[in-house]
Ligand binder design. Structure first.
Ligand code: ADP
Ligand code: ADP
Length: 215
């Protein structure tokens, strides 16, 4: 199974992708997580991406495309994958189509999580991330068992620099301007499945499962 997860920052893509991967035995490929790991290790890619990420801007397409080309070659992706946070622009989507065609792969579905801006701001301002595995929590909606500590690996939880008010506002604008056109792109390819992202995490997951059973 090969899926794309689309939706604004804070819609719950990472949260739901983690569940899907566990239940369907596929791999999550989050471009945001890969970029943050590169920053942590001070790689060239991490240094190039840094200023864009902190400002809530998109990293230039060519950098992301070069990165995804390498990622898609990884053997663990053979069992299927879910792309979380990629593509985010029409040129990225066109490049993905080309790459998948070259690799003889077919996309099964594009899941689009819809959540209104005021709820996104509530989710993002209180989001906390594990430094080690990248799993996300929310101080009120989805707290860890022990404050400040990841349930899975005991890693320290932190607030992302771009989960502050100013970059959040910019990211929401960037989503509307640069990523929303992808919804039409995938509707025209008959791939798009819109899902209401408001509600309990479990309820949203059930709606996703209904979609996945039909594809
Ligand atoms: P994305 O990957 O789309 O940016 P996340 O999965 O990191 O979003 O979720 C954003 C924040 O909202 C996190 O703090 C997460 O715990 C929380 N969250 C996710 N799903 C829900 C939900 N259905 N209701 C309330 N909060 C949620
Ligand atoms: P969110 O949880 O808000 O959806 P991500 O973790 O996916 O955010 O992305 C964080 C940042 O990483 C983005 O604001 C952007 O700077 C960069 N980024 C991630 N994926 C892409 C992409 N496909 N194209 C361009 N920039 C990206």
């Amino acid at each position: 199974m090969k899926l794309i997860f689309l939706g604004p920052p804070g819609a719950g893509k990472g949260t739901q992708a983690e569940k899907i991967c566990k239940d369907y035995d596929i791999v999550q490929l989050s471009t945001g997580d890969i970029l943050r790991t590169n920053r942590k290790h001070g790689t060239e890619l991490g240094k190039k991406a840094q200023s864009y990420m902190d400002a809530g801007e998109l990293v230039p397409d060519q950098i992301i495309i070069d990165m995804i080309k390498e990622e898609l070659k990884k053997p663990e992706l053979n069992k299927g994958y879910i792309l979380d946070g990629f593509p985010r622009t029409v040129p990225q989507a066109e490049e993905l189509d080309k790459l998948m065609k070259e690799m003889g792969q077919n996309l099964d579905a594009v899941l689009i999580l819809e959540v209104q801006n005021e709820e996104l701001v509530r989710r993002l301002t209180s989001r906390r991330i594990c430094r080690t595995c990248g799993k996300s929590y929310h101080l009120i909606y989805n707290p860890p068992k022990v404050e400040g500590v990841c349930n899975v690996d005991g890693g320290e939880l932190y607030q992302r620099d771009d989960d502050k008010e100013e970059p959040i506002r910019n990211r929401l604008q960037v989503y509307e301007n640069q990523t929303m056109p992808l919804i039409e792109y995938y509707i025209s390819k008959n791939m798009a499945h819109k899902i209401d992202g408001i509600g309990k995490i479990k309820e949203i997951y059930s709606k996703i499962q209904e979609v996945l059973e039909k594809i």
